[in-house]
Design a protein around this ligand. Sequence first.
Ligand code: ZN
Ligand code: ZN
Length: 266
Amino acid sequence: MTKYTCKACGVQQSSSHSVPTICPICEDDRQNVPETGQEWLILAEHYNKHETKWTKIEPNLHSLPTSFKCGIGQDAYLIQTQNGNYLWDCVPLISDQWVDKIQAMGGLKAIVISHPHFYSNAACWSATFGNIPIYIHHADKHWVQDMSDNILFWQGDTLNLEDDLTIINCGGHFDGSCVLHWRGATDGKGILFGADTVYSVNNQATFMHSFPNVIPLPAHKVKTIDQRLENFNFERLYGPFGGHILANAQTIVQHCINRYINALNR
Ligand SMILES: [Zn+2]
Ligand SMILES: [Zn+2]
């Protein structure tokens, strides 16, 4: 039995005797099957064979970029809180360099996943760090391809991981799409990790059903995102592909929400 990973979206499948025929994540209208067809990788064959970097972004916050060409190229973030370290989203690679560095920082307490495009090989990351929980919103349970006992399907609009670290289910991109709010960051001004839900681009934010197929979200779903963020203050917005907003992010996101809804109502 082998775990195959879709090269296009980087999502690992559960163990199988043969190469899968389709990737449900890529077949969905939010993603797309490459013109050349679906390709599959065995991630274990790639561990320690690609450059894995480590970038300190600001105090207690790091990104884990890699040159490995698998998936859509998102960044994962390592967040250091007083009570332990969290991985926000995931990348389809593990390296001894990353594992050693994280273990030296006290290991990982949990993995928090925003939505199905970033499921990656989270089950392997969890096992590597002692079967830590993987938080995925219950509304997206049917999208999980590599089911693991370590996945904790949470329900509701918000979940406090720590006093100052909260997962918020905003919906939109997927019904279970989440953002992560870290109130204690940036001298207490707060950070929002928007993933594909509050998507940072050109130091602004936008909201899409599908990015590669350029299908916008309906206005009522953006209004729900606005409502779910109502009680959370943040100075910065970090995204999975850059374009971060590093100051006045809350005001700018609010402007972008209003602009988006007004554009659809024209
Ligand atoms: Zn795929
Ligand atoms: Zn996505």
